[in-house]
Design a protein around this ligand. Structure first.
Ligand code: HEC
Ligand code: HEC
Ligand code: HEC
Ligand code: HEC
Ligand code: HEC
Ligand code: HEC
Ligand code: HEC
Length: 355
């Protein structure tokens, strides 16, 4: 029995050493004690021998300067490196709840079967501590996830697969409408190109073309509000953990800040000068002379996808009601920059309205 345990430990060590040689935290010259920079003492079998638990463990090196200095003084971290402070990201209003719940293993399969467990996320749900994404090459996420077809993956390749492991309905993985699977399903009429490569790579207002054949990451939008800070969906001062502010209210005054988030990729000037939809300005700013207020992008556009319509059109049901004449709410695209709408908004019927 003991022999078996020792054998297993050696085998595991060899496997790990082999794995980490090419692509990991561990071969970093900045971790002066190698495995020992993270693992301390002799410990027991099946216990990873870490000095701190969960995020506190990572904050030793990815936390405040004070903590990093302690690791430097202990000779575990090179004095020539200054790592970004991830700890303060998790103190922001909108953040992944790493402080809640108990640890996860990178191989754990979520969502939980039981809803009594605390909904949380740990660093190691998204990062494998034995792997380091090399900034030069494509980043692989050597943690578990789900493929777009709902298949469990031990090692995710695309970032969205990691997100899918939690952002799905807990009990019925592929059935409810507001889960990430369905929102990024390939049969949707339109989507921001996250799971499906873009064909054109552009839209009229786009400030920087994505390039055909490329995809966006969830974390292109859900990331730090501070563009100079560490990237990733850790925390943001903005609602929905977005990179910028996004007002979604049906009655709203337009300003660069109100739709800062969308305007970070879609040129405000282009949108408001009606370069694509010829009635953008009339809707977004409204018509002060007639007393018609402006409305948010959210009134007409979904941010992830639209199951039924082109151009991410999915009306905000709280603001947009049925057309009283035809009794339907419908958008029809009839080619680029042309279409029609059947609906009623602030008691103004479109039966239909055409552009
Ligand atoms: C950056 C810090 C870090 C370094 C460097 C590191 N480890 Fe780990 N290791 C961890 C963490 C964190 C866990 C626990 C993972 C979890 O909670 O699932 C762990 C877990 C383990 C385990 C338990 C089994 C497992 O994979 O969960 C073994 C064995 C292990 N490490 C061996 C090593 C060896 C050998 C090295 C050096 C080649 C090494 N580690 C380097 C952070 C590190
Ligand atoms: C002992 C110090 C130490 C600990 C503990 C540690 N890291 Fe690191 N980490 C580093 C260093 C140093 C680097 C940069 C390596 C390099 O560039 O040489 C790094 C790099 C990273 C990167 C890659 C950053 C990039 O630019 O791609 C991620 C992600 C990361 N660590 C996550 C974690 C997580 C998650 C934990 C906790 C499970 C953790 N680290 C614990 C020292 C540490
Ligand atoms: C919900 C998933 C998720 C969680 C939880 C998470 N991260 Fe990240 N993190 C990411 C993603 C995605 C990126 C990479 C963004 C990119 O590709 O640029 C990232 C980037 C990083 C980086 C590199 C940032 C940079 O630009 O310098 C570090 C370091 C890091 N994470 C550490 C941590 C630590 C430590 C924790 C826990 C306290 C943690 N992460 C929790 C998803 C996560
Ligand atoms: C281990 C589980 C887990 C993983 C993996 C995960 N999340 Fe989350 N996420 C959560 C939890 C838990 C919350 C908080 C939900 C709540 O408070 O109701 C959350 C919240 C969010 C929010 C909403 C924040 C808000 O304030 O409305 C966004 C956006 C988000 N996650 C994006 C992502 C992205 C992008 C990824 C992949 C890079 C990801 N998540 C991966 C568990 C996870
Ligand atoms: C083009 C930018 C963009 C991309 C890419 C994107 N999101 Fe979002 N996401 C948003 C915006 C904007 C909102 C809030 C407004 C809304 O729901 O329309 C949001 C909302 C969310 C929420 C919170 C929902 C709620 O009601 O609280 C979660 C969770 C989320 N996104 C996860 C993801 C995941 C997972 C991915 C990748 C598979 C992703 N997002 C990709 C822009 C984006
Ligand atoms: C991180 C950059 C980024 C952000 C932020 C962003 N978009 Fe986009 N958007 C893109 C890219 C890239 C495309 C081009 C898609 C393609 O080529 O398939 C696009 C395309 C679109 C389209 C055209 C889709 C079609 O099928 O015709 C609409 C509509 C749109 N975005 C609305 C929005 C709205 C509304 C917001 C704010 C909630 C927003 N976008 C935020 C990058 C972004
Ligand atoms: C009244 C509904 C409505 C509102 C409000 C609205 N849009 Fe649109 N938008 C449309 C329609 C309809 C189209 C499709 C035009 C076409 O037929 O090609 C469109 C197209 C787009 C496109 C794709 C073409 C391009 O210019 O790149 C983007 C991006 C876009 N809208 C962004 C926004 C943003 C950002 C806001 C908020 C500041 C917004 N829209 C507000 C209805 C709306």
């Amino acid at each position: 029995m003991i022999m078996k345990k020792i054998f297993l430990s050696i085998a595991l060590l060899l496997v790990l050493l082999f794995q980490v040689e090419t692509n990991s935290h561990v071969n970093s010259p900045n971790l002066l004690e190698g495995c020992g920079s993270c693992h301390v003492g002799h410990g027991k079998t099946s216990e990873p021998m870490l000095a701190h638990s969960e995020e506190e463990f990572c904050y030793q090196c990815h936390g405040t300067e004070l903590k990093q200095n302690e690791m430097k003084a202990a000779g575990k971290l090179s004095t020539s490196i200054q790592l970004t402070n991830i700890e303060t990201e998790f103190q922001k209003t909108y953040r992944h709840p790493v402080v809640d719940g108990f640890g996860h293993s990178p191989k754990e399969q979520l969502p939980y079967a039981s809803s009594s467990e605390i909904n949380h996320a740990e660093c190691v749900d998204c990062h494998n501590p034995h792997q380091r994404a090399q900034s030069s090459s494509q980043k692989y996420f050597e943690v578990s996830g789900y493929s777009l077809s709902g298949q469990y993956l031990e090692s995710s390749v695309n970032e969205y697969e990691v997100c899918f492991k939690c952002h799905v309905d807990r009990n019925a993985v592929v059935t409810t409408s507001d889960n990430a699977f369905k929102q990024f399903s390939l049969i949707n009429m339109s989507q921001h190109p996250v799971t499906k490569a873009s064909t054109s790579g552009k839209s009229t207002s786009l400030t920087k073309s994505l390039g055909p054949g490329n995809i966006m990451k969830c974390s292109d939008c859900h990331t730090n509000d501070n563009p100079d800070g560490p990237k990733g969906p850790h925390g943001s001062k903005h609602r929905f953990l977005l990179s910028g502010n996004y007002d979604i209210e049906a009655v709203n005054d337009e300003s660069p800040y109100a739709y800062e988030f969308c305007y970070s990729c879609h040129d405000r000037r282009s949108i408001l000068s009606n370069e694509s939809f010829p009635l953008h300005k009339e809707h977004i700013i409204g018509d002060p002379l007639k007393g018609i207020p402006g409305t948010s992008c959210f009134t007409c556009h979904a941010s992830h996808s639209s199951q039924r319509n082109n151009h991410l059109i999915a009306f905000n049901k709280e603001a947009v009601k049925r057309d009283p004449v035809t009794n339907i709410t419908q958008y029809n695209s009839t080619g680029l920059n042309s279409g029609s709408c059947y609906l009623s908004c602030h008691n103004h019927a479109h039966s239909p309205a055409q552009y």
